[in-house]
Design a protein around this ligand. Sequence first.
Ligand code: AP5
Length: 221
Amino acid sequence: MKTINIILLGPPGAGKGTAAKMIAKKYSIPQISTGDIFREAVKKQTELGKRVKTIMEKGELVPDELTISLVKERLAQPDTERGYILDGFPRTVKQADELSKFQSIKAVINFNISEEEIIRRLSGRRVCKNCGAIYHITDYPPKKEGICDKCGGELYQRDDDKIEAIKKRLVVYNEQTAPLIDYYREKGLLYDINMSTPPEKITPENSFMQIEEIFKKLDLV
Ligand code: AP5
């Protein structure tokens, strides 16, 4: 049986969540976003949510042990049998080392994007409180301001999409997550996609096409 066990790697705002939703829908495999899991816990005010709330608002990383055990538990669920998309995990070399002990990853898709474009995208991002659909106030606005086209839910701005938190997230990314690019390149698993270089306009659709090309090349689908 073919399995699509992949990691989406890239800085905040690169478009990982948007692409993950498209892949999940087309190939009927789960998007496993540690950020979404943590945000849901914060919303529901669970013990986990209380632990991670301030860390996330500041744009810092949740401790490795906590994140790793949560992902281990999630990957043991039966819906991952035909594959999964890891979105936002691993984010440190420690997380990647631990993951390699119990999972076999087929490909790591690395989203390349400039910091200028990241700031522009994140400061304009809006997310549906109800279904998690992602919009941008100028690039991908909803039909009716503040309302989700898909489910009618209310759109909001994430606490960590304020400029100070964005800058902190970029520092954290460069220090702790960017080393994973070489880590996976050395293992022969890294595939780059371009998310911001002109002259071609990058849209969610053509990013998805770039990812599908990689899947076909690797005979994953
Ligand atoms: P997380 O939720 O993972 O945030 P992130 O990695 O910073 O990524 P984002 O969700 O901000 O961006 P994205 O790449 O998904 O972009 P999107 O598709 O939305 O993590 C949040 C926090 O949780 C962390 O700071 C940390 O505290 C904690 N955490 C999570 N995982 C952790 C871990 N493993 N270890 C420790 N802590 C962890 O797109 C952005 C915008 O661009 C949108 O407006 C969209 O419309 C637009 N857009 C998307 N794609 C395109 C495109 N192709 N062309 C044009 N515009 C596009």
